[in-house]
Design a protein around this ligand. Structure first.
Ligand code: EPZ
Length: 436
């Protein structure tokens, strides 16, 4: 498995560009499996999770042709099975979108339970309950046997669905299932993340009738056919953009991050301004810098569904709080166990106490290089950030987990002055099976 080796302490400077959104493209690839004709998807990030999803889609019978950097022609017309039982289904969480897609295509779907939970309980009860309201059977917890979900619907019909927890996955999955259902589906208390809007925009471009994505009520009028036939470009990755903003910040650097949507970054930019950073922005870029001698103010974060502060930036933002002058609080309100990386960070010098779902972060500390592990994708990104800020050498084991969601991170960080390299060992292609 790969390791990253970072010699910390360099002030990052220059320009870096953000890739396509992981969580949008994974939903879009599943959605492409429901189309009645081919389509092209552009700005697809070159990351491990996308390759896993492409492989799963191919085993269903989809024809996938790379068309140059970040572009794939996808022809789902020969999909011939409703069974998504490829082993990689268990590796990635987003494979659960194939339930909605295959249910739409075949009125039945069989699938392994998606990837394991590494930051708390990760139920899919809301997905199943929604399918049940639309007429599907096999959707009770007791119907899941030997880790396999088997769902059947004589007819998929529009339904009024209220999500009692705001869930990204359930919102997208139910949107997929409703796209060709008979009648109108209304999803209330829907998640509003940018990737939900992107999946809806993709489906609408291919012939669907979805209104309200990005608000908490989504209305989907079922259509008989999804002709496809168009090219669609995936939005930039909000979390990758935020990670580079924090990389600039923790090294007291001056970096312009390009190809992002500034509106998506507001929950982070507002906090960074509170802490003392200078943030300039244009239509598709943000520059992060800091006046010499500025002492960083402590602040408090609460992770919330969009437009709140994203949980997927929580570990990275905690690294930044370690450098602030005083006590900051990081409340994790989405996942019940997403502070597992804290002991790793402490081994680099952090001073953090956890009380329930709140991390009390005492700063400022000086990070020192250490050997740590990427316990999951974003925890791994946090280790990279701490390594960049640290004096000395940091090695990060299980770096494959970081590759699941960050395209060419070593090259991108090197391009703005980081001293970081990937060290591959013999078993470099082994990807941990236990996370996102
Ligand atoms: C998506 O996961 C993302 N993954 C996660 O990103 C992200 O952390 C999460 O949304 C929250 O933003 C993908 O998009 C592939 P949820 P998802 O359903 O859909 C509860 C990353 O780093 N819940 O919005 O699985 C659940 O327990 C990853 O890129 C239920 O109770 O998350 C949690 O507390 C990690 N029942 C809350 O909802 C359900 O049926 C939010 O989960 C579903 C969820």
């Amino acid at each position: 498995m790969s390791k990253y080796r970072i010699v910390g302490g360099n002030r990052l400077q220059g320009d870096v560009s953000v890739s396509g959104s992981k969580n949008a493209v994974l939903g879009i690839l599943a959605a492409a499996m429901m189309l009645d004709g081919p389509c092209t998807i552009e700005n697809v990030p070159d990351i491990v999770d996308v390759h896993a999803m492409l492989e799963i889609c191919e085993t269903l019978g989809a024809k996938i042709t790379p068309k140059g950097e970040g572009m794939y022609a996808i022809d789902p017309t020969n999909i011939n099975t409703f069974e998504a039982t490829h082993p990689k289904v268990k590796n990635i969480r987003a494979s659960y979108y194939l339930l909605g897609a295959l249910l739409t295509r075949f009125r039945k779907a069989t699938m392994h339970m998606p990837g394991g939970c590494n930051f708390g309980t990760r139920p899919i009860d809301l997905h199943l309950k929604g399918f049940r309201k639309m007429g599907a059977m096999g959707t009770k917890a007791t119907d899941i046997r030997d880790g396999i979900i088997r769902i059947v619907a004589d007819e998929l019909r529009g339904a009024h669905i209220f999500l009692d927890v705001v869930s990204v996955g359930a919102t997208i999955n139910l949107m997929l299932a409703a796209t060709k259902a008979n009648g109108l589906t209304i999803i209330e208390n829907a998640a509003k993340e940018p990737h939900i809007v992107d999946v809806a925009n993709f489906l609408n471009a291919m012939g669907a009738n979805i209104k309200g994505a990005g608000t908490d009520t989504i209305r989907i009028k079922g259509v008989p056919v999804l002709p496809g036939g168009y090219s669609y470009s995936v939005i930039p990755d909000q979390i990758e953009a935020g990670t580079y903003m924090i990389a600039a910040a923790v090294t007291r650097g001056d970096v312009t991050i390009h190809n992002l949507i500034p509106k998506h970054m507001e929950p982070l930019t507002a906090k960074m301004i509170d802490m003392g950073f200078d943030i300039d922005q244009g239509d598709d870029w943000i520059r992060v810098s800091l006046k010499e001698g500025t002492q960083l103010e402590p602040t408090n974060f609460k992770t919330r569904p969009y437009p709140g502060f994203p949980t997927d930036l929580q570990p990275q933002a905690t690294v930044l709080l370690c450098l602030a002058n005083g006590l900051s609080r990081m409340h994790e309100l989405v996942w019940d166990n997403r502070f597992q990386y804290v002991p790793e960070l402490e081994s680099m010098g952090a001073s953090i106490s956890i009380i329930d779902r709140c991390a009390l972060v005492n700063g400022p500390v000086s990070f020192c290089g250490a050997s740590v592990t990427a316990l999951d994708l974003r925890a791994g990104a946090a280790m990279v950030l701490a390594g960049l800020a640290a004096q000395g050498v940091t090695t990060i084991a299980s770096a494959n987990r970081i590759d699941r969601g960050y395209e060419r991170i070593v090259e991108k960080l090197s391009g703005i002055g980081a001293q970081i390299e990937r060290i591959d060992s013999d078993d470099e292609h082994v990807v941990p099976v236990d996370d996102e």
